[in-house]
Design a protein around this ligand. Sequence first.
Ligand code: UDX
Ligand code: UDX
Length: 464
Amino acid sequence: MKVKNICCIGAGYVGGPTMAIIAQKSPEITVTVVDINEKRIAAWNDPDVEQIPIYEPGLSEVVAEARGRNLFFSTDVDAAIDAADMIFISVNTPTKTYGMGKGMAADLKYIELCARQIARVAKNDKIIVEKSTLPVRTAEALKRILDNTGNGVNFQILSNPEFLAEGTAVTDLHKPDRVLIGGDLDSEKGREAIQALVDVYAHWVTPDNILTTNVWSSELSKLTANAFLAQRVSSINAMSELCEVTEADVQEVAKAIGMDSRIGPKFLKASVGFGGSCFQKDILNLVYIAKSFGLNEVADYWEQVILMNDHQKRRFAAKIVKTLFNTVSGKKIALLGWAFKKDTNDTRESAAIYVADYLLNEQAEIVVYDPKVTQEQILADLDYLGTRSEEENRKLITVVNTAEAACAEAHAVAVMTEWDEFKTLDWEAIYTHMLKPAFLFDGRRLLDKEALTDLGFEFYAIGS
Ligand code: UDX
Ligand code: UDX
């Protein structure tokens, strides 16, 4: 079967970019991305393509090429489901904040709502593709809902996890290390569905890089990949603390071990802690699944990755307080960067949120500058923690438009995100306008220690 019409439910960080690339590379397939969030869809349709709701290098060019040709954004979910022969589910699956599995399990209510909506609307056979990261065996639940509430049509469920990283989404999608497709390999219809999705990717991905497995392996591979990546960051961050109390330097250690081809050089950058929508959520989910099967040692093993990450964020904030003579009360602290990594405006689980919250509890005054994150988002992130009232957050936090403005008259500056522009700031001028001693905390190992110490800064970097 040849796919002619694709619908994707969820126009977020995953659904938006993924569908834009599929549309760009497959001009004969009509791709409609739908979302219940009207504001988001309006932004995807903004005549000024620079105003699309997600900032990713190269994405606006792709959208400019395909939008209106075979790429459409809409809030009419029913119409898009009806027209499609393949439906991607890309809605968010946050960690549950209530009830059973609270704080650990993935909340699948949006996934279930999608399944029920598809079942209600569908009048012909459809292939359903899980794009959202899901607990193992979610496909089974999806299938039962679809088969029991549908109009007697046939649904094939595929798992096709997304491995793109934010900030490099376009290159990751153009040149994926692999595309993973899980499906029912044991049935004729299942194999046909898998082949239909393979054919979509084959527009630009070589066959050797398209992997097909059973559904459960595919679902679990996504959780495993994120767990392994996060584990590397927690491992190097654990060593960063040890480096700080010895004479070792974590960057030198990372380079030395990374040259071992069995270890490899990537994902060994010590930092103030990993963030993003996936790592923590997926590991918590893995821990929850392991526990639910009674595999307590497996659960504890992976949970440690999260505990280490929490420790790293707290440790960085505590270092600031200790260095500033054990008090930051009433002191102005500039945070450079709020996004969870550079080249994205995404702030979910960003270390900056937790460091700021810690410092606010110590009664610091925080000034934030991030080149891509809005004031509205920064305040919403802090309000969401619920540590103090919204009024108090607004009293203690200021968001400014330049790094220089953030640092002026500050007692300390902390680099939270590795934005390239922070490397080339006029640090001499910044030093002049800060209170002395001028403390600089590099949570990303971004800056040149020697040069900044020469300028007069009291300089601290993670892991040295
Ligand atoms: C994705 C994946 O889908 C998630 O499983 C993964 O682990 C993290 O990344 P992401 O695209 O980053 O999620 O989420 P988000 O940017 O929140 O986008 C989800 C979109 O789905 C939102 O725009 C939301 O409005 C929409 N949505 C949600 C619907 O259209 N319908 C719903 O019922 C629920
Ligand atoms: C991750 C996975 O990489 C991707 O495959 C999956 O689809 C979604 O989750 P993402 O969260 O977008 O992608 O970004 P990633 O580059 O993995 O970074 C995650 C966090 O780890 C960031 O906060 C980053 O700053 C941090 N990190 C990463 C480090 O602190 N050190 C490193 O060496 C690498």
